[in-house]
Design a protein around this ligand. Structure first.
Ligand SMILES: C[S@@+](CC[C@H](N)C(=O)[O-])C[C@H]1O[C@@H](n2cnc3c(N)ncnc32)[C@H](O)[C@@H]1O
Length: 250
């Protein structure tokens, strides 16, 4: 994702901490994770500084614009007269140190769970979030999304941002199907990702991720039985980076 941004035109404090038996290795030692596609991504992220700049590939200056766009997008579903989705609990997927959890989800929801592949990033999260915020993160889950199944009926919103390019198409369809099970009634899956300029997916060798075109993403949503209920292009990002879109799915 680091290069994707640049290229183209670019026991926690309160709750139970769920961590792997081996803190250095959150992925399961199964066949999928011996696949170089997943292994290379894992190695890449294990070497990235646990900072906002690390999370955004050197683009920390776009974080506030990103969060403002996401907040405006999500608010209409969870607050105000027409809101249908409850504000109890959200899940942050590919959460890193918790930038999205801290800036977007905790201000809107009572509590948040974080799921993240890289133990060193998750370890930094309580410090980055701050003591009061960290108390409202119920679960810090160390897992690849390809191996993760949300607990049924637990989340009002499942938010995935700048991470889904790390899953194969097949694994992404299956991940979305499991996310549907994890939603409360009227719950929402939100996806915020870079969009390739053509229908051809672009592969980033450096972090081992795909940047998909809008059509490919829409096909994956459909294959998982999800409908797009709202879609927006993120405004005010630098022209030099990929277009970024936010989708709300049910
Ligand atoms: C570009 S960062 C984005 C972090 C966060 N979503 C944000 O916007 O600040 C990508 C994150 O996805 C994590 N990641 C990479 N592959 C993953 C996978 N298969 N499952 C879960 N997390 C993954 C990385 O460790 C990293 O924290």
């Amino acid at each position: 994702m680091a290069d994707q941004l640049l290229s183209s035109n670019a026991d926690t404090v309160t709750g139970a901490v769920e961590v792997s038996d081996s803190p250095a290795d959150c992925g399961k030692p199964d066949a999928a994770n011996q696949d170089p596609f997943y292994g290379n991504a894992k190695d890449y992220w294990a070497g990235i500084p646990a900072t906002v700049d690390g999370m955004l590939g050197g683009f920390s200056h776009i974080s506030s614009t990103d969060v403002a766009g996401s907040t405006k997008f999500l608010r209409r579903f969870v607050s105000g007269a027409g809101a249908k989705t409850s504000k109890n609990r959200a899940l942050d997927c590919g959460a890193g140190i918790g930038r999205v959890t801290k800036m977007l989800l905790l201000p809107l929801f009572k509590c948040v769970d974080m799921v993240e592949l890289t133990q060193s990033l998750l370890d930094e999260a309580p410090k980055y979030l701050g003591e009061d915020n960290a108390k409202r993160v119920e679960r810090f889950i160390c897992s690849g999304l390809q191996d993760f199944s949300p607990e049924p009926n637990r989340y009002d919103v499942i938010w995935s941002q700048w991470v889904l390019g790390h899953l194969t198409d097949e694994d992404l369809v299956e991940f979305f199907k499991r996310c549907k099970v994890g939603l409360t009634p009227n719950g929402l899956i939100c996806v915020k990702e870079n969009i390739a300029p053509t229908d051809e997916a672009e592969f980033d060798e450096k972090d081992s991720s795909w940047c998909r075109g809008r059509g490919a993403l829409a096909q994956i949503f459909e294959a998982a039985g999800l409908k797009i209920v709202r879609e927006e292009k993120q405004k005010h990002f630098p022209k030099s980076i990929y277009e970024v879109r936010i989708f709300a799915l049910q």
